[in-house]
Ligand binder design. Structure first.
Ligand SMILES: Cc1cc2nc3c(=O)[nH]c(=O)nc-3n(C[C@H](O)[C@H](O)[C@H](O)COP(=O)(O)O)c2cc1C
Length: 374
C-alpha cells in the first residue's frame, strides 16, 4: 500500500532538509527542542487535529487486545524518549498506539553528566548515557493525574541512579515508590531491570535479587499487568534463570530488549563507538530478536512479549510480531526516519497482515519462529 502524498512529502522534507540540519546539532539539545515543540502542539486542539490528519493511520486490522488492554495499533513509543510524560496529549496524534513513559525513579534524578547522547549514523544507532534523568515519580504522577491520554499508558519503573539506592532494600523501595505513585494512572507497568547506565549496574539480573524485587511487587497488589524489561546482553543461561524467577510471580509480559552494552555483538569495533553507555537501533536489532524468539519458544504464549530494538519499517515490526511480539516499540527509527514513520509502519503492517491472510495481529504472533533465517 503506497503512502499518501502528504506522508511522502513529510518524509522527503525530513530526509533532505530537516535531518541534515538536526544531525549537525547536539543530540540532547535537539531532543529537548522536539519535546518543547511537541508540548506546544499538544496544548492546542487545532494543532493536535492537524497533526492527526497528517500523521496518524488507523485500520481495524491493527486493533488488538493485549494483557486485557485495548490498543488501536501495536506500535508504541519506547521508554526513554518521553521520560517525564510531557507528550501524552500529542503522541496518539503522531500515530502511536501506546507510550511507555520514563524510566521513572522514586526520586528526581539529574542523570549522568553531559555529554550523554551520541549518534552513530553508519549503524543507524544512538549511544545513550542519560542515567535515568527524570523528574521523579511524585512530579510525573501529578502531571498525569486526571488526564485522559487517548491511548494506553505504560509506566517504566527503575531505581534512582544514586549511591543511596545501590543497596537492594533501598532499590526495591524505590521501585515500589514508582509503582505506588501511578496506581490510578498506569495501564501497565514495566519493571526496568536493564538500565545500562545507572549507579551499581543491573543488580536485579541476579535471580535471587530479582526474586526479592518481584516479591515486593507482588505484595503491592497492583491491578495493572506487570512487564519486565530485559537486557539484550544476557546469555541463554541468564535468560533461563530469569524466566524461572518470573514464573513464580505476578508477571504478564517481557520487553525484549533494552540497549546493548556490547557493540562487538553488532559487529561494531570499539574504536567506532563515539561515547559511552548503551547502544540502540540497528545495532541492537539482531540481539533483541534473538532473545524475543528464544523467549517465545520457551514460554509460548505464557507472557505477552514486546519487541523493541531496531524498528525502522513495517517489515521490521512485522518480523518482530512473527517472532513472538504482540506489541512493538521504537525510538531510534523515529530519529533516523522522521515522525511520519509511525503512520508508515502502521500502514505497511496492515498491508503485510492482509497479504499473508491474517485478520488480526494476534493470528500472526509467533508464526515465524523456527522459519529459516529467524
Ligand atoms: C535516548 C534514549 C533513552 C532511553 N532511556 C531508556 C529508559 O529510561 N528506560 C528504558 O527502559 N529504556 C530506555 N531506552 C531504551 C529504549 O527504550 C529501547 O529499548 C532501545 O532504544 C531500543 O529501541 P530502538 O532501537 O527503537 O531505539 C532509551 C533509549 C534511547 C535511545
Amino acid at each position: 500500500m503506497r503512502d499518501p502524498f502528504s506522508t511522502r512529502l513529510i518524509e522527503a522534507f525530513y530526509r533532505r532538509a530537516a535531518k541534515p540540519l538536526l544531525f549537525r546539532a547536539d543530540p540532547e539539545r535537539v531532543h529537548d527542542r522536539f519535546t518543547a515543540i511537541g508540548r506546544v502542539l499538544a496544548s492546542i486542539e487545532l494543532t493536535r487535529r492537524a497533526t492527526r490528519a497528517l500523521f496518524r493511520f488507523d485500520d481495524p486490522v491493527l486493533e488488538t487486545v493485549v494483557a486485557g488492554i485495548r490498543f488501536a495499533n501495536p506500535v508504541g513509543l519506547a521508554a526513554g524518549f518521553d521520560k517525564n510524560a510531557q507528550l501524552w496529549n500529542i503522541l496518539p496524534d503522531v500515530g502511536f498506539g501506546f507510550a511507555e513513559f520514563g524510566s521513572i525513579t522514586g526520586r528526581p534524578c539529574a542523570g549522568n553528566p553531559k555529554p550523554r547522547l551520541w549518534r552513530m549514523p553508519e549503524h543507524e544507532a544512538l549511544q545513550v548515557y542519560y542515567g535515568l534523568k527524570n523528574d521523579g515519580a511524585a512530579v510525573i504522577a501529578a502531571r498525569l493525574h486526571g488526564v485522559h491520554p487517548r491511548m494506553p499508558i505504560g509506566v517504566s519503573a527503575a531505581k534512582t541512579n544514586s549511591p543511596e539506592t545501590a543497596e537492594p532494600d533501598a532499590a526495591i523501595a524505590d521501585y515500589r515508590a514508582v509503582l505506588d505513585a501511578f496506581r490510578d494512572i498506569a495501564d501497565y507497568y514495566t519493571v526496568n531491570i536493564s538500565c545500562p547506565n545507572a549507579y551499581g549496574g543491573q543488580p536485579f539480573t541476579d535471580p535471587a535479587l530479582l526474586d526479592r524485587l518481584m516479591s515486593a511487587v507482588d505484595t503491592g497488589s497492583y491491578l495493572q499487568p506487570i512487564f519486565v524489561k530485559l537486557s539484550p546482553d544476557l546469555d541463554d543461561a541468564q535468560q533461563d534463570a530469569i524466566l524461572e524467577v518470573l514464573d513464580g510471580h505476578r508477571v504478564h509480559g517481557i520487553v525484549c530488549t533494552n540497549l546493548t552494552k556490547d557493540p562487538r555483538s553488532a559487529g561494531i569495533a570499539p574504536e567506532r563507538v563515539p561515547g559511552r553507555g548503551g547502544i540502540s537501533g540497528r545495532a541492537v536489532q539482531a540481539a533483541s530478536e534473538h532473545q524475543l524468539s528464544r523467549i517465545w519458544q520457551r514460554t509460548h504464549g505464557k507472557y505477552v512479549l514486546v519487541g523493541v530494538g531496531g524498528v525502522f519499517t513495517a517489515e521490521d515490526a512485522y518480523r518482530k510480531i512473527r517472532l513472538g511480539a504482540s506489541l512493538v516499540q521504537l525510538i531510534t527509527g523515529m530519529v533516523y526516519r522522521g515522525p511520519q514513520v509511525i503512520g508508515q509502519i502502521n500502514r505497511g503492517l496492515a498491508a503485510l497482515l492482509r497479504r499473508d491472510g491474517f485478520s488480526s495481529i494476534t493470528e500472526a504472533v509467533g508464526v515465524g519462529v523456527g522459519e529459516k533465517g529467524s
